[in-house]
Ligand binder design. Structure first.
Ligand code: NAP
Ligand code: MN
Length: 260
């Protein structure tokens, strides 16, 4: 197999890198950063987000497997003490194969459309003044929102920003979208749902308004836009393949992340 190593940018552990390289050799694999079959990412959950964006155009041909270097690690359960176990499980194919759909947003400018993808969530935020947006689900008006922003999370992202916004955690086996408000204005004049809403995976969430000075956030990335009228967010057909250890369970990962 062709294996790429994708590290957190400031990751410096030479010892672990040498160990990985020697195991790649021992199990008769090759290092290939450009056309890998397997991407081993080392770092935190943020490293997975970056690895997915890095290999975005090749996702169909790649499986991702993570080595957790001490962060929460929702996307992986091998760590620096179980590197060889990872190679053994890869060899035996006893790892668990999971497939997740990315989120997709299409923005309509005056005369063009642009598409972005995300693992966790796609947000529209106005850090300068109140964001005013109509919110539609499958073309039907839900609300006129006023506040700091709106966030659409995937099941994978439900443990990330979505959770800080009061959203529910969604089991990774469920394909759903979760819409959450970011600091909505709630008073006798203005009010909106003020609660997270979980909707089916086939739904399209549309934000429509006169968007100036708006920031689109997608995972660790941001993009400032100035003359945007509409953004459509849905679950993409683009998928990412992730391998977990044979011992992995979803409950284990949320216990480790939030309870233990
Ligand atoms: P970061 O500042 O390192 O991320 C903030 C925290 O979110 C880190 O602890 C990160 O874990 C964790 N995280 C990322 N994806 C997660 C997931 N799916 N489930 C649970 N925790 C997750 O920034 P980053 O590494 O570039 O990650 C970007 C993501 O951070 C965004 O997609 C957003 O969801 C999240 N975020 C959350 C808040 C908040 O909760 N208020 C604020 C900003 C960003 P690692 O340390 O392992 O990377
Ligand atoms: Mn991070």
């Amino acid at each position: 197999m062709n294996i790429a190593i994708f590290k957190k940018s400031n990751y410096m552990n030479k010892e672990i890198e040498d160990k990985l390289l020697s195991l790649i050799k021992k199990y008769h694999h090759n290092v290939n950063q450009d056309k890998p079959d397997v991407v081993i990412f080392i770092g935190g959950d943020g490293t997975f987000l970056r690895a997915v964006q890095h290999y975005l155009s090749k996702l169909d041909d790649i499986v991702f497997i993570g080595l957790n270097s001490g962060h929460l690690g929702f996307f992986y359960d091998f760590d620096l003490n179980s590197v060889e176990d990872m190679f053994i499980q890869l060899e035996e194919n006893s790892v668990q194969h999971h497939k997740f759909n990315l989120l997709e947003a299409n923005f309509s400018y005056k005369d063009s459309v642009e598409t972005i993808y995300a693992v966790n969530e796609i947000r529209i935020e106005n850090p300068f003044s109140t964001l005013i947006s109509n919110v539609y689900i499958d073309g039907e008006l839900l609300e006129l929102f006023r506040g700091n922003g709106l966030c659409v999370s995937s099941s994978l992202g439900s443990t990330a920003l979505n959770r800080s916004l009061g959203g529910a955690l969604i089991h990774h086996d469920l394909k759903l979208l979760e819409l959450s408000e970011i600091s909505s204005i709630q008073n006798s004049k203005f009010h909106s749902l003020n609660s997270s809403l979980i909707i089916p995976s086939k739904s399209v969430i549309t934000f429509k308004g006169e968007f100036f000075d708006v920031v689109i956030g997608f995972d660790h990335l941001t993009k400032k836009v100035d003359d945007l009228k509409q953004i459509d967010i849905s679950l993409s057909n683009k998928e990412v393949n992730v391998l977990y250890s044979k011992e992995h369970t979803y409950l284990k990962s949320i216990r480790k992340g939030f309870i233990d």
